[in-house]
Write a protein that binds this ligand. Structure first.
Ligand SMILES: *Cc1c(COP(=O)(O)O)cnc(C)c1O
Length: 380
């Protein structure tokens, strides 16, 4: 093939990973605890800043699940979740036997609309006589949500917030790390995320006691006695010392990765600046500082003459990977029965948007090729 395939976002190693893994083998710490786990958690706590404690886990989904377990979410409870997201944001609500209540997005960040959130809370209280047990806003593609406004609503109704910052590793809002605003925050180290441990995640906890309790749940809720004593249901969710070694290596190139993703965003902005009908999704104002995990565009077919799927198929024919935006949860068959508060924004975004190659292996030349093919497709 003359044109190499350009992929959305591939894992990229620093070279340090093997040293940490080798050390784990040499010292026989091939288990879900050990020096790499502790050191990786310390790295992440340093990133989060004062006060926060971090537990590394087997996935980001496990982290959301344990946040809900910590909050005592159970049957008959409702949990508010952003509708426009990956299903992993909402699935753990159902694991707990609770009901997800979906809230639509606002147009600027594409994340949870704070006004609609308040409408939803009021309506749930009116209809059920109870408050929702938690709120899960999401930072799609790395873009921070309007978290000040969301936190204000949450604090007014005294409902804890779990920030799904799985896609926003390193993103900031008013210079504060995403995932550190709410009671809990989520990190994901899956293969295609900002950094990877081949598979893994973390829960950002408010204090040491909550960290300890989370570690307890993640290791089968085993009571601290010599024999196996259990008073609560537990989970096998701890990260292995091998995976944590990869994570430690990845932390050494985090800044490089962030700089690269932001650089690619600037290239996309430049290349599409004169194209009528294509807009790059960028920070709405200077409070927002996205990691631009995946760069995304909106295509207005009334101006370009083609829709997002025409472009996706053309890119595919040119050996370039692209992907539609997340299909809103309130339109997913599996969540058909869940209450939803919608304003049309997420469905409109889904009908117009495309994620473009943005990872560490994507070069300036690749971005030019992607933009060139999109523009060529529009002119046809
Ligand atoms: C990736 C992702 C998750 C889940 O993380 P895993 O580590 O894959 O379990 C949750 N929410 C969002 C928005 C994600 O993109």
């Amino acid at each position: 093939m003359a044109n190499n395939r350009i992929l959305l976002c591939l894992a990229h190693m620093s070279g340090q990973e093997m040293n940490y893994i080798q050390e784990a083998f040499d010292t026989n710490w091939v288990v879900p605890l050990g020096p790499n786990v502790n050191a990786f958690e310390e790295d992440l706590e340093r990133l989060c800043g004062e006060g926060k404690r971090v537990v590394v886990l087997s996935s980001g989904t496990a982290a959301i699940h344990l946040a809900l377990v910590n909050l005592g979410v159970g049957r008959d409870d409702e949990v508010i979740c952003q509708s426009m997201t990956f299903s992993a944001s909402a699935n753990p609500i159902v694991y707990q036997g609770a009901t997800p209540v979906f809230v639509d997005s606002e147009r600027d960040s594409w994340n949870m609309d704070p006004n609609l959130l308040e409408d939803a809370i009021k309506d749930r209280i009116a209809k059920t006589g109870r408050k929702p047990k938690a709120i899960i806003p999401v930072y799609l593609y790395g873009m921070p949500a309007m978290i000040d406004e969301i936190m204000a609503v949450a604090q007014h109704y005294e409902i804890p917030v779990i920030e799904d910052s799985a896609e926003a590793f390193g993103s900031r809002y008013r210079d504060q790390l995403c995932g550190t605003f709410g009671m809990f925050g989520i990190m994901s180290f899956n293969g295609n995320k900002m950094i990877t441990t081949s598979g893994g995640g973390a829960l950002i906890c408010p204090d040491e006691a909550t960290k300890k309790k989370t570690m307890f749940y993640a290791t089968q809720s085993r009571e601290p006695v010599p024999y196996y004593l259990h008073k609560e249901i537990g989970y096998n969710y701890r990260m292995s010392n091998i995976c944590a070694g990869i994570g430690r290596g990845q932390m050494t190139i985090l800044d490089e990765h962030l700089a690269h993703h932001r650089h690619l965003c600037n290239r996309y902005i430049e290349l599409f600046s004169k194209v009528d009908g294509i807009t790059v999704h960028v920070n709405p104002d200077n409070r927002f500082d996205s990691n631009y995990w995946l760069n995304t565009i909106l295509i207005d077919p009334t101006k370009t003459g083609v829709d997002y799927d025409n472009i996706r198929l053309h890119l595919e024919a040119c050996n370039i990977e692209s992907r539609p935006l997340w299909k809103p949860m309130h339109t997913q068959p599996v969540f058909a029965g869940a209450p939803a508060y919608v304003n049309g924004v997420s469905e409109e975004l889904f009908s117009m948007g495309l994620c473009l190659p943005s990872g560490p292996y994507v070069s300036d030349e690749d971005v030019e090729r992607v933009a060139h093919e999109i523009i060529a497709c529009c002119k046809r």
